[in-house]
Design a protein around this ligand. Structure first.
Ligand code: HEC
Ligand code: HEC
Length: 259
C-alpha cells in the first residue's frame, strides 16, 4: 500500500466517499507516531529483584493510592521502587495497568485492590509466587488494618483498626465503616484505604525481601474450622463428598455448619 503525502484536509473531505478511508489512514499514522519509543525486549519472567526499603514502599503505596487508587498504589509501590533501583526492564511497565482493581475491581467490592496490586507485583518478580501470594492473602484476611501512619496525612482519621475476615473489599470496607461511623464514600474511608494500601504493599515487599534472601518461611495457616469444612469441600474429584465447590475463604462467615 502506498501512502500519499501530504494529505490536505481539503482533499480528505472533498469526496464524502473517501472520508472513511481518510480516517483509517489517520488512525494508521496516529498509531505510528504514538509508539516511537525504542523497541526494547521484555526479558523472560521472573524479573529481577533487589531488597527494598519497607518504609519507602509504604510511602509510595500511600501516594499511589491518591493517583489511581488501591490496586495501582500497591503495584506501583513495589514496581516503582524497582524501577528506581534497577531501571530497565521496569521502565517498560505502565503500572496504570492495575487501575482496574480499584474498589475491588471497578467498584464491585470483590478482591481488595491493595491485595490485587501487591499480588501482581509478587508474581512479576518471584517464580514461587504461589506460596507468597497465599501467605499475603491469608495474612490480609486476619490483619488489623490500617496500621500505616503517613508522615503527612492528607486526611486525619481515628486510629481504629478492623479485620476484613475475607479477601473482599466488601467486608474490609464495611467492617471499618461500621466501627468508625464513616460513610463508604467519605474522604476518611479513602484515607483509610490509602493507608491499607501502604500496609499491604509493605507486607508484600517484606515477603519478597525474605524470599529473595532465602529466608521465607510460611506462617499463615487456615483457621481450624475452615480446614474442617475443607476436608470435604475442597477442589477435588469426589462430587458426592462435597467437592462441588472450592476456596479458602472463611466459610463460617457466610454459611451455617451442617456437620
Ligand atoms: C464430612 C464432609 C463434609 C464436611 C466436613 C462439611 N460438609 Fe458441607 N456438605 C457436604 C456434602 C456431602 C454436601 C452435599 C449434600 C448435602 O446437602 O448434605 C454438603 C453441603 C453443604 C452446603 C450446601 C447445603 C445445601 O443446602 O445444599 C453448604 C453451604 C455446606 N455444605 C457448607 C459447609 C460448611 C460451611 C462446612 C464447615 C463448617 C461444611 N459444609 C462441612 C459435606 C461436608
Ligand atoms: C463471602 C461469603 C461466602 C464465603 C466466605 C463462602 N461462601 Fe459458600 N456461598 C456463598 C454464596 C453467596 C453462595 C451462593 C448461594 C446461592 O447462590 O444460593 C455460596 C454457595 C456455596 C455452596 C453451594 C450451596 C448451595 O446451596 O448450593 C457451598 C457448598 C458452599 N458455598 C460452601 C462454602 C465453603 C465450604 C466455604 C469455605 C471454604 C464457603 N462456601 C465460603 C457465600 C460464601
Amino acid at each position: 500500500m502506498t501512502i500519499e503525502r501530504p494529505l490536505s484536509r481539503r482533499k480528505l473531505f472533498a469526496d464524502a466517499g473517501k472520508v472513511v478511508a481518510g480516517f483509517a489512514l489517520g488512525g494508521l499514522l496516529g498509531s505510528r507516531s504514538a509508539f516511537q519509543g525504542k523497541a526494547e525486549e521484555a526479558p523472560e519472567w521472573p524479573w529481577p529483584y533487589v531488597q527494598l526499603d519497607l518504609e519507602r514502599v509504604a510511602a509510595r503505596g500511600y501516594e499511589g493510592y491518591y493517583e489511581h487508587h488501591c490496586a495501582y498504589g500497591a503495584f506501583e509501590a513495589i514496581i516503582g521502587e524497582l524501577r528506581e533501583k534497577i531501571g530497565y526492564p521496569f521502565t517498560l511497565i505502565p503500572t496504570e495497568l492495575m487501575a482496574y482493581g480499584a474498589g475491588g475491581v471497578a467498584g464491585w467490592a470483590s478482591l481488595c485492590g491493595g491485595l490485587n496490586g501487591a499480588c501482581a507485583a509478587i508474581n512479576l518478580v518471584a517464580k514461587d509466587y504461589k506460596p507468597l501470594v497465599h501467605e499475603l492473602t491469608g495474612w490480609y484476611t486476619q490483619a488489623p488494618m490500617p496500621l500505616y501512619k503517613p508522615s503527612n496525612p492528607r486526611v486525619e482519621i481515628p486510629e481504629i483498626t478492623t479485620v476484613a475476615g475475607t479477601t473482599l473489599c466488601h467486608t474490609s470496607v464495611t467492617h471499618w465503616c461500621k466501627v468508625t461511623g464513616f460513610a463508604s464514600g467519605s474522604k476518611e474511608r479513602s484515607e483509610r484505604c490509602a493507608r491499607l494500601t501502604a500496609q499491604v504493599a509493605a507486607k508484600a515487599a517484606e515477603l519478597l525481601n525474605k524470599y529473595h534472601a532465602g529466608e521465607f518461611t510460611p506462617e499463615f495457616t487456615l483457621p481450624a474450622e475452615v480446614e474442617g469444612c475443607r476436608t470435604c469441600h475442597h477442589k477435588g474429584k469426589n462430587y458426592e463428598q462435597g467437592q462441588f465447590t472450592r476456596g479458602k475463604e472463611n466459610c463460617l462467615l457466610c454459611h451455617e455448619p451442617h456437620m
